[in-house]
Ligand binder design. Structure first.
Ligand code: ASP
Length: 341
């Protein structure tokens, strides 16, 4: 017993030393974020809108960077970055979330830590200001991975540090107009008797996500969304589903955005990392194969951000744009929206 204790203590000490050394040696860290993929045309975005969106992405990069540059964990960094994006009305997560078919907001979020494979998720929450924070609390304070609807709300009631708001707090004019347009389209199609199943393609964007590599060599991922405009009451997409919209393991992390049903059916986030693990694919090749081939093959669309333990970053999307930002291990930092950037 004593021998076991000594061994455990020695291992803890070795681990702590290794972490300190990594930090003191200026261990490399990296961060990649997205604010959603979809139809984002240059002509439709005013210069002021573009400036505001890039500024919001920068706020999220700053939040993640502050954690990572201080030697903090990838888990804290992705949470901080996603909270910043949830707080911006520009993205479809937290404030600014889309409306469902009954004119309310139902929010989904998840978080995962790669080296421990711990994960937490919430689906269909209606009064939680920052769903990603509740997802983390589910991971850390409950024996479960995912809580949904009323159960998630009741769990939140028992957490003193989870901020609550009325459902109308998430309202924004822009999303309301989007809902009206979606309803009109649906009605027109129903009248014409020509419901196009592809009609949802690219008609959404704004889900947010982050993947980080910390100086300890660990990876974490978080994703948060309001889902898809005019979605049926109770519909849950890929974002809170571990393996579909979110994945992290010891060598790879992915956060997805797009037509969630297709991301679930392709287990997109896990498939990208599995290709890296089992086939030895590069991160870029794995992410391109899944996003540019597998998802469109089934009729879906969207994009993903991915990061590996070397700090390589991939950001493929098969839509016209994807809001994205990155900080590479060499310090290179940027934001982009359109394809040709
Ligand atoms: N993937 C999200 C969902 O289906 C939507 C999005 O990424 O915009 O809920």
């Amino acid at each position: 017993m004593r021998l076991l204790m000594t061994l455990v203590l020695a291992m803890v000490a070795m681990n702590t030393n290794a972490q300190d050394a990594a930090h003191e040696a200026g261990g490399r860290f990296a961060l990649v974020i997205h604010g959603g993929a979809g139809v984002i045309e240059r002509a439709d975005l005013s210069a002021a809108d573009e400036r505001e969106i890039r500024a919001a992405l920068d706020v999220a990069l700053d939040a993640g960077h502050a954690v990572l540059s201080a030697g903090g964990t990838a888990l804290d960094a992705v949470q901080a970055a996603v909270v910043a994006l949830e707080e911006s009305p520009r993205f479809n997560a937290g404030k600014g979330a889309v409306y469902n078919a009954i004119g309310r907001h139902e929010l989904d979020a998840s978080i995962m830590e790669g080296h421990t494979r711990r994960a937490g998720a919430v689906a269909g929450v209606t009064t939680v200001r920052n769903p990603v924070t509740l997802a983390r609390v589910v991971m850390e304070r409950s024996p479960h991975v995912m809580l949904m609807g009323d159960g998630a709300e009741q769990f939140a009631d028992r957490q003193p540090d989870i901020e609550r708001v009325g459902n109308d707090w998430f309202d924004t004019e822009t999303r309301y107009e989007q809902l009206q347009r979606a309803r009109e389209r649906e009605q027109a199609e129903a009248q014409a008797g020509e419901v196009d199943p592809q009609d949802l393609k690219g008609k959404y964007f704004g889900t947010v996500g982050a993947v980080a590599l910390d100086v300890h060599g660990h990876i974490a991922t978080a994703t948060s969304t309001g889902g898809m405009t005019n979605k049926k009451f109770g519909r849950v997409g890929d974002s809170p589903i571990v393996g579909a919209g979110t994945w992290a393991d010891e060598r790879c992390g992915v956060s997805g955005t797009g037509w969630g049903e297709f991301f679930i059916r392709n287990a997109v986030a896990h498939d990208i990392c599995a290709r890296v693990a089992y086939r030895g694919d590069t991160l870029q090749a794995a992410a391109d194969e899944v996003i540019m081939k597998r998802v469109p093959e089934l009729g879906g669309d969207g994009g993903a951000i991915a990061l590996d333990r070397e700090g390589n970053i991939a950001m493929p999307f098969n839509t016209s744009g994807m809001y994205r930002g990155w900080i590479k291990p060499d310090g290179d930092r940027g934001t982009a929206i359109f394809r040709e950037e």
